[in-house]
Design a protein. Sequence first.
Length: 202
Amino acid sequence: MSARRIKPSLYISVEADGPIPGPYSMLSLGAAVAGTQDADGFTAADPERQTFYRELRPISDEFVPEALAVSGLDRERLAAEGAEPAVALAEFSEWVREVAAGAQPVMAGYPASYDWTFLYWYLIRFTGQSPFGHSGCLDMKTLYAAKAGLPLRAVAKGTMPRELLSRRRHTHHALDDAIEQAELLANLLRWPGPHGAGPGAA
């Protein structure tokens, strides 16, 4: 098949929370469109323009106090006021389909293995399907390791060139973090590697 006929990928940065799905709950879900990749290259989007955010009702009593403190979320409030997971995940799926019209949506995370685990489990558990399919995810940590020529386990955000990182403050709010990650992804996709001219190069 000609590369020109391949559907473009729409990258969506996603931030979820919780240790493992099932015994623990995903309390918040944030997403931001990072940009589109087609045969001609990557086009970044304004990560604040197309976003999604929901706070969810817990599905279990188990939680990690330290993680809850970092997120700033109130489990008692969410038990009373949080969105039903089935409703929130259906709304998320519809939002993904709308923003990805004409493209194939790809979930992007840092690391994707963490957020994808929760997101995919919740999608299948509460909606029966995933708008990303079963493997439509991109791991930014792996992307950087491959471009930088480094072992994966040697990679941390603190070791990356500063020009790749978002200048936004890391707030541990799911939507804020998704927007921050969208900027990191855009910079990584445009980055030619450690011997190139930098992420803003033409």
